[in-house]
Design a protein around this ligand. Structure first.
Ligand code: HEC
Length: 149
């Protein structure tokens, strides 16, 4: 009987550990962006013209879920809620992380790889950065060792 209950306890404990691991995975909100992608920068300067081009793309492809940046009119009914991209949480992401999220997607968040060129994705990011007064762009050096794709 004691041997049986030991095995039973072991099974219950293993089950509890499994459940907690799964719930940690489900609750994880952070984006796991590889270091090289996180450090990636755009090779053109963001200005009013690039932000305007980005705004046109954003209104067609993003606003239906994320709303107008910094207006808090994002779709609250969706789970997870598509963040307001003007919020500090989203603005604290690096340019490279934003690009990675746009091209890979996750769950309800679509992948725009193949739908938007990388240059268009940067234009959208340029538009998003126009809502961040303290943003300072780092433009990637044209002759950096990174292979161009
Ligand atoms: C169908 C709805 C939908 C559309 C369209 C959409 N997104 Fe999202 N987006 C989401 C959801 C939902 C999340 C949260 C996903 C998660 O955390 O797993 C998200 C997350 C993000 C994030 C991460 C923000 C953060 O603070 O974590 C960025 C950046 C983003 N989206 C940008 C965009 C851009 C730019 C577009 C348009 C090119 C776009 N999304 C289109 C639903 C959408």
């Amino acid at each position: 009987m004691t041997v049986h209950s030991k095995a039973f306890k072991f099974r219950i404990i293993s089950l509890l550990i499994l459940i907690s691991l799964v719930s940690v995975k489900l609750a994880a909100q952070n984006w796991d962006v590889p270091a090289d992608k996180k450090a990636k920068n755009c090779d053109f300067k963001f200005d009013e013209a690039t932000a305007k081009l980005g705004e046109a793309i954003y209104s067609k492809k993003c606003a239906s879920c994320h709303g107008t940046p910094a207006k808090g009119n994002n779709r609250r009914a969706f789970k997870p809620v598509p963040p307001d991209l003007g919020s500090s949480g989203s603005q604290n992401l690096t340019d490279g992380e934003l690009l990675y999220i746009l091209s890979t997607g996750r769950g309800l968040m679509p992948s725009f790889f193949g739908t938007l060129t990388e240059s268009d994705q940067w234009k959208v990011i340029s538009y998003l950065r126009s809502f961040n007064k303290s943003y300072k762009q780092v433009v990637s050096k044209p002759n950096s060792a990174r292979p161009k794709k």
